[in-house]
Ligand binder design. Structure first.
Ligand code: NI
Ligand code: MN
Length: 228
């Protein structure tokens, strides 16, 4: 068993690996597509990529109920610690061996102001190496950047990329990202939640299949990708 990843909708992921439940960017209460209840979802760890409300989401509420440790950049972790949330701060380029695997924060081209206007440091993506050596790259909210090539050099099993455009990469740059990352598998997210980020994901998947060797998995909210 390596990992099971469920797309909850928007940028929210539920990831099971090494016997731990991870939630990534748990935007549930205000998310029209979310299929999880913040009052019952399980979490051992919560990963927060940046400070925007559609990523911090229900982090505080879920962490208070479950006692989950939140992992994010140092500034967001300080903001959470002030609210008596258990948090582990890291920063861009820094990795740490957690019980569920080795997690490195990667750069992201975006903003990170917190919902109350507090400074949220720099936005991040995540590169997780599972305990059995599979690499999952979750780009977070980002524009295309050339250093995705460097991430690709690590050998990416699964890339989770935004394709909604307007706030993040759109489909064309998402395709260029796949070409740089050369993942075995790719899952698009951060689209169709709102009118501004409507995309034809099926057309994108066809183009990725034509121009790269990556296997594209189009999930509906609530659907899982199980590896292997
Ligand atoms: Ni954002
Ligand atoms: Mn976002």
């Amino acid at each position: 068993m390596s990992f099971e990843l469920t797309w909850i909708g928007h940028a929210t992921l539920a990831l099971k690996t090494g016997g731990y439940n991870l939630l990534v960017d748990p935007f549930l209460s205000d998310n029209p597509t979310a299929i999880l209840d913040p009052d019952s979802v399980e979490a051992d760890y919560i990963l927060v990529s940046h400070g925007h409300h559609d990523h911090v989401g229900d982090t505080v509420k879920i962490a208070q109920r479950t006692g989950a440790t939140v992992i994010s950049n140092a500034e967001i972790c300080r903001w959470l610690t002030q609210q008596h949330i258990e948090a582990h701060g890291q920063h861009l380029g820094g990795g740490h061996t957690h019980p569920f695997g080795y997690l490195k924060l990667t750069m992201a081209l975006h903003g990170s102001a917190l919902p109350d206007g507090s400074y949220g440091g720099n936005p991040a993506g995540f590169l997780l190496t599972t305990n059995d050596g599979e690499k999952i790259y979750m780009a977070g909210d980002t524009g295309l950047f050339g250093d995705m090539q460097l991430i690709g050099e690590e050998g990416v099993t699964l890339a989770v990329l935004p394709i909604g455009d307007n706030y993040t990469m759109g489909p064309a740059d998402g395709l260029r990202a796949v070409k740089m990352l050369q993942p075995d598998h790719v899952i698009p997210i951060h689209y169709n939640t709102f009118d501004l980020i409507q995309q034809d994901a099926a057309a994108w998947a066809r183009q990725v299949r034509t121009e790269t060797t990556a296997q594209v998995h189009l999930l509906d909210p609530g659907e899982q990708f199980i590896y292997p």
